[in-house]
Structure formats: structure tokens, C-alpha cells
Design a protein around this ligand. Sequence first.
Ligand SMILES: *Cc1c(COP(=O)(O)O)cnc(C)c1O
Length: 494
Amino acid sequence: MTPEAVYLDYAATTPVDPAVAEVMGRSLAEPDGVGNASSVTHVFGRRAAERIERSRAAIAALIGAAPEEIVFTSGATESNNMAVLGAARANAYRGRHIVSSRIEHKAVLDPLQRLQKEGFAVALLSPDRRGRIDPAAVAAALRPDTVLVSIMLVNNEIGVIQDVATIGALCRARGVLFHSDAAQAAGKIPLDVHAAPLDFASITAHKLYGPKGIGALYVRGEARAHLQPIVFGGGQEGGLRPGTLPTHQIVGFAVACDLAHHSLAAEDARLAGLRERLWRGLATLDGVHANGEGAACVPGILNVSFEGVEGESLVTGLRELAVSTGSACNSASAEPSYVLRALGRDTQLAQSSLRLSFGRFTLPQHIDLAVDAIRREVTRLRALSPAAEPARRAPDGVTGEAGGPGQEAWVRFTLHVREGVVNGALFKAYGCPHTLAVAAWVAERLRGRGRADLAPGTPAEWAQALTVPVEKLGRLLVVEDALADCARHWPEQG
Ligand SMILES: *Cc1c(COP(=O)(O)O)cnc(C)c1O
């Protein structure tokens, strides 16, 4: 753990357990690491193959599968692609309809979009306000030509657990293949893929204290005939997923599964305690909402929205915490979390969310530190927001503002004007970190300026001074508009 920040982003990836790292290091250094498991003609290859098969059994045991039902992949992204594309294409002759949900990981949604281009129809179900997919809605969405249902087991943003047992049973009864993305579930909650019942399940080592770059797709014995490969080559993994198997990665994955298997029950109780401690600490702030509250959740994820606070600005202020936000200010997409939007959260609450995720190495004092830091920052940002106080017009001053409540940015300047020039300037701002930084920077440079030359430069120049990326320039226009509003209301006798 880095000394300068508390890591609370376990849902993005977990730290590698030292026991896993140790076994992987040895595997790389020993002859076992030398051989290619496909080279059965010599002892190096055979030894690697033995280690891999022992590992396969440990990984299978964690989820209740048989060893031969485990197909190694590079991670859950590939497993999801393989299950969704592979099962749909292999069954296209029977029908071209798929049922899934709006809150799936992109590694399911993007392959589904690809399949639509190949002529498949996809029904995406919406969750209820708590994030649950109603099994009855799945049943209602099934058509005679439905060949695949894909519903995740645990959501990566809100931690809500779906009722895959009921969904699996109804799919089985209708002869429809059922895939579940179990990346956030494996090693966190008890999972028995046969009992569920699942035909395909995606898992990945780096969400359960193993290395990045190795995962698996569980393929139920009878479902294997209904799956096409998406990668072609040397015939490994029964031709389903060719490529030389990475012995050290697989060995590490297996140790991680063993550790998770043995600590699951005790960890569940401990993490539930930490989650409760975190929520109790945050709930003392007003206007805090737990996203997914009321639904069954994994204990290691708490997703909260703070009214009146923009998530990216909040995260920027929380330098001592490594956390994730549903705000889209700095992400590639312009949309805030599609998962929170699917829950019916309005844009502002979706923009104001923090995902706090924790696990094996999180201690109560880390949670307490997080609570203190978040309370401090939420309080600071709320006080900075124009919503904190009504706009007042000073007798010798001018107030101008742009944006407003419910919008993605809101900036207000209150200027003290004497003899036609600014004598003092205050600002209030709500929005992304760029908007806040530029509003503060501009406010500092208004003294001595008159109505005609009020703006200290142009948004392009502010962006350059504060190294705001060009594509975020639009976020500074609200500052320019607020200054223009000041000029419009300039006092006659200034
Ligand atoms: C992390 C994650 C993935 C992607 O897994 P990778 O191993 O990083 O490819 C897919 N689905 C869910 C639910 C995840 O949390």
C-alpha cells in the first residue's frame, strides 16, 4: 500500500496478495516456468502442464465447477466477449435474440452492440431503483428465438447481487443459454455455478488478489458444444481459446482462489462491519444517498451520492484517498455513470457519486480516515457552491452569475466596485475541478479592472494558464458568462 494514499478502489483491482506474488516469482524462476505446457514430449513441458492442471482444479473448486469446465482467458473482458459472441454466433441458426441488462459491464454491452451489427436483436432490461433485475422481467423478455441471456452476478459500481439462481432456473427450463459476469462475485460471495445454474461465468484473477492478465470462462460441460471460439490458433484449451498458457499467471490465480476460498466467510463478516462503519460515518452529513441501498450487496462496495457536490471535484480534493467516481468530467465519455442513471438517479446525483471499495488489507483506521476526509471535502465544496447562500447585491457592488441549480456548472461573482473599477472580488462555484480552478484564478485577477475590460483574458488563455485540456474548454465558458453578467449589471455610479 502506498504510504501517501489509502487505497479504496478494490472494485477496480485488488492488491496482489503477498502469498500470490511469492508463488508466482518462484514459478517464473523454477523449471516449471520454463516449459510450454503443450510440449508434452519433455519433462519441462509436462511439469508445467501438471502445475496448470492442479491450478485449474483449485480455480474450479472456488466456483463449484469441474476442472475441465475452466477455460483460461486474459481476464473477464475476454471471458465476457467469448461467452457473448461465441454463444450467440454458435446458436444463430436457432435464433438471433439476446436478453441482457443496462447495468452490465462494458465488456458485455460492447460485444452485444457488435452482435446487433450482425443482425441480432438485444433486449436490455432496466433495474429497479435499487439496482435489481427482476427475474420476472427476464422471463417476460424471452422469445421463441432467444438464444442467450447475460445478467451479471455482482455489479461493479454499486455491488448489488442479482438473483441468478432464479434467472438461471427459468433459462434452463426454456432451453436458453445463461451467462453471468461473475468478476466481482468470485471469491467475495459463495458461488456454485452448477447449483445456480449457469452455463457460462466470467471470472478474473485481479479482482480477487491475483495477478492482472489472467481470467477464466466457466463453460458448463453440456454447453461447450454451444460455444464458438473467438480466437484461433494452436488448439490449446480444447480449441476454444488457443495460445500458450501462462504458467506463472495461472499458478498465481490458483493461489488467489485458494486464499479466497478459505477466508470467504470470515472476510464477509469483517467487510460488512467496515461497510457499516463507513456508512454510519458518512450518513451524519445531510443529503447523502447510498446507491443500491435496500438490495443485497457485496460487503466490499459502498456507492454514495452527495447532494450539491460534483464527484470529480470531490475526488480531486481527496488526495489522501484512492477512490472512484461516477462523474464523467475527466473520463472519455461525456455521460455520468450509466449504471446510476439506469437506477433512476438524476444526472446531478449520478455526477456526485463516489464508489468506495475495500477488502483484505483495509483496516478500521483506513475507513475512519476516509470518513474524516470525505466529510471535510463535502462540507468545503458545499460552502463553495452558489447554492450555499442566496445572491445578494452589495450597495456598491455587482453580482453576476451563470449556470444554475440542476446544471452541470454554476458560477457567481460578487464584485465590490469603487470609482468604476473592481476593488474586491468573491466567487462561488459548483462544477468540475476545471470550472472551480478557473473561477478562483479569475477572481484573483479582477481587482483594478473596469466594466469594459473585466475579463482577464479569454477562456483559451485561462485554459492555457491552468493546463486545462482543449476539449474541456467548454467547461470554462460558464466563468466567462458569469463575468458578462457582472458587466451587464454594472452599477451606474461605480
Ligand atoms: C473488472 C471487471 C471486468 C473486466 O475484467 P478484466 O479482467 O479487467 O478484463 C468485467 N466485468 C466486471 C463486472 C468487472 O468488475
